[in-house]
Each structure stands twice: as structure tokens, then as C-alpha cells.
Design a protein around this ligand. Structure first.
Ligand code: CA
Length: 222
């Protein structure tokens, strides 16, 4: 699968050049010209890296970076027209992985993107598989925030409450759906979408085990 890059840059000429160079280097690139549309794209699907312009029409890239960092540890690289040391320091302090001042050569950007991706892939995976923020209704898997629906969150939270224990469909329905209308199939459907989302983070394993005729369990040991 090609690594996917989200480029948030309002200048079409710069964006075109970068999209072309990155695609030529084997990356899939999605381009958004505004901070808000970029943020929306990031919520819709998985990306491996974000390239973010500091000066955007609807706000500063630094602010956008802080917003992204609230929910995601995705590798992030800034592009900027200014090349002051202060910008560099600010950019790296708020969680950027790299910083490229304009004008830059697309080749240089590609090279840096590869370096960042190599580094982030080589980094040891966090020892904690899941981090549940029950109050915030959020769950991180391998350090990445999962884009969960309300019921997906519920199912995952119940399975994680007692790893290894098998929960039947009825038990899951009771605990997650309560009085709301749900059918056996509803549970299966949610397990399926959950697996897809977990798989996007780590294609190597499926921590949700199916026990035929019995139900589902969470398997945390590798
Ligand atoms: Ca700009």
C-alpha cells in the first residue's frame, strides 16, 4: 500500500509541484487548500504524514498543528515562507517532526518525508496497545486515536474492560445498546467495522477474537 500524505497548502502552484513530486516518488497525496478542510480530511481517513503550510487563509498552521496534536501523533512537517529561527523553534515545540522553509526543492521535501516516515516506522511501538479515555469517549490504539462511532466505542470499551473474557452478543447488546433497538447482526456489524479500523493502525494483528457460537473477546497478548 502506498503511504498516504495529506498536503495542506493554499498556494496552488506550490501544491501542484509537491503533489506531482510526491506522486512520482510513490506516495498517495490528498491536497486541501484550507486548514479546516484539511482537518476534515484527517478525520475521514488514515494518513501517514501531514505536510502543513504555516500561512493558511483560515488561520495559522501552528494553531492547526496544535489542534491535530490533541487527537493524533501523526508525523507532521511544516512549510513556511518565513525562515526565522523562532518559527522553527515554535514549529518543533508544538510537535512538528520537521520544518522546510520556502522556497524549497520538491526533491528535498520528498527526501525529508521519506526520512520522517522511516523514523516513525522504526520507532518502537508503544507498549500499551490501548489507552481508553472513558470520559472523553476516546480510545487510542498503538498511540493513535481511533475514529470511533458511539457504539463502536462502547463495544471496544466493554471488550477491553476484561481482556480474555468472552462476551456473548447478548451481553454486548445489553451493555452497549441498553434499551436501544439492536439485533445480533448489529453487534457483528460493529465488530466488523471495529476490526477494519484496528487493522488500519496495525495490519499485522487482530486483537478481537471470534469464538464461534459464544461471542467475542479481546486478546491483548501477542
Ligand atoms: Ca500560504
Amino acid at each position: 500500500m502506498k503511504p498516504a500524505i495529506l498536503l495542506i497548502e493554499d498556494e496552488a502552484a506550490i501544491a501542484d509541484t509537491l503533489v506531482y513530486a510526491l506522486q512520482a516518488d510513490g506516495f498517495e497525496v490528498v491536497w486541501r487548500a484550507l486548514g479546516q478542510t484539511g482537518l476534515a480530511a484527517l478525520r475521514e481517513r488514515h494518513f501517514d504524514l501531514v505536510i502543513l503550510d504555516v500561512g493558511l487563509p483560515d488561520g495559522s498552521g501552528f494553531e492547526l498543528c496544535k489542534e491535530i496534536r490533541k487527537t493524533s501523533e501523526i508525523p507532521l512537517m511544516f512549510l513556511t515562507a518565513r525562515s526565522g529561527e523562532i518559527d522553527r523553534v515554535v514549529g518543533l515545540e508544538i510537535g512538528a517532526d520537521d520544518y522546510v522553509p520556502k522556497p524549497f526543492s520538491p526533491r528535498e521535501v520528498c527526501a525529508r518525508v521519506k526520512t520522517i516516515l522511516k523514523r516513525s516506522r522504526g520507532a518502537a511501538l508503544p507498549p500499551v496497545l490501548f489507552q481508553v479515555d472513558a470520559e472523553g469517549g476516546r480510545i487510542r490504539y498503538r498511540g493513535r486515536l481511533l475514529p470511533l462511532t458511539r457504539y463502536e466505542f462502547g463495544v471496544l470499551q466493554v471488550l477491553l474492560s476484561q481482556p480474555g473474557r468472552i462476551f456473548s452478543r447478548n451481553q454486548l447488546m445489553d451493555r452497549v445498546w441498553g434499551d436501544a433497538e439492536a439485533f445480533d447482526r448489529t453487534v457483528d456489524t460493529h465488530i466488523k467495522t471495529l476490526r477494519t479500523k484496528l487493522h488500519e493502525v496495525d495490519p499485522e494483528r487482530d486483537p478481537i477474537a471470534t469464538h464461534r457460537g459464544l461471542g467475542y473477546s479481546m486478546q491483548l497478548a501477542s
